[in-house]
Structures are given as C-alpha cells and as structure tokens.
Ligand binder design. Structure first.
Ligand code: FES
Length: 137
C-alpha cells in the first residue's frame, strides 16, 4: 500500500522536534481525521536554515512531514512557498488516494510557518482543501 520511501521516512523520520527560537511556527489540524502537525522554521538571509516538525498523526502524515522538512531545508522562502502537497506526495513515490489529504497537512503547516515568519495572517488552507482529492481549491 505504501511506497518504500514512505515506509523509510515513517521509520526514520528526519528533523523531528521543535525549534525553541523559531522565526516562524505553523500548526494545522486535519478536520477529516483530527491529526495535528506543527512545523517550526529558522530563517536567515531569506533561507530556511533549520526546520523541525511534530506530528500527532498517521504514518503517512509523519512521512510527509519528514520529507517536507528535507525538501525545503536550505531553500529560499520563495522556493519553499511553491511546495505543493502534490510535490510532497510525488517525492514519496506516491500516496494511496485515501491518504492524499495527509500531504495537505505538511504543505499547509509549512505555509503557515512561512506566513508566521513573514508576519502575514492566514495561510491555513485546510478549509479550502478538498480532502477527497487532496487538492487545494
Ligand atoms: Fe490523518 Fe493521515 S489520516 S493525516
């Protein structure tokens, strides 16, 4: 059901925890399953220097959080903002359709953390998400 990559990230998640002196924090909950994800970032010269996550959720949510942190660490804020849930799912070698909503959690938590860093409100796109297709409206 899950790709090897999903299993590998689930068993050995990267960047777990919380940054104490975070420049931006984003927390989202998934209305479908009640899972919660928190991402914290440290930014210097517009680059995400460090990123950590805490996920109270399913295996797919843990794997998507883990790979999301890997994908944006060392990237500019602008590049990180472009990350979509589809990119995350693809990097994991795909997710079962019923688990696509789990990848929204990671992309949304990251966007919220970036918005928090930028001093913007909002960023919680969960309300606009189609949980069945895993696509933002
Ligand atoms: Fe809740 Fe995966 S089932 S995030």
């Amino acid at each position: 059901m899950y790709s090897d990559k999903v299993m590998e990230h689930f068993e050995n998640p990267r960047n777990i925890g919380e940054l104490e002196d975070a420049d931006g924090v984003g927390e989202v909950g998934n209305p479908t399953c009640g899972d919660i994800m928190k991402i914290s970032i440290n930014v210097e010269d517009d680059i995400i220097q460090d990123i950590k996550f805490k996920t109270f959720g399913c295996g797919a949510a843990i794997a998507t959080s883990s790979i999301t942190t890997e994908m944006v660490k060392g990237k500019s804020i602008k590049e990180a903002q472009k990350l979509t849930n589809k990119d995350v799912a693809e990097a994991l070698g795909g997710l079962p359709p019923e688990k696509m909503h789990c990848s929204n959690l990671a992309a949304d938590a990251l966007k919220k953390a970036i918005n928090n860093y930028l001093g913007l409100n909002g960023g919680d796109m969960c309300d606009d998400c189609d949980d069945k297709s895993g696509k933002h409206q």
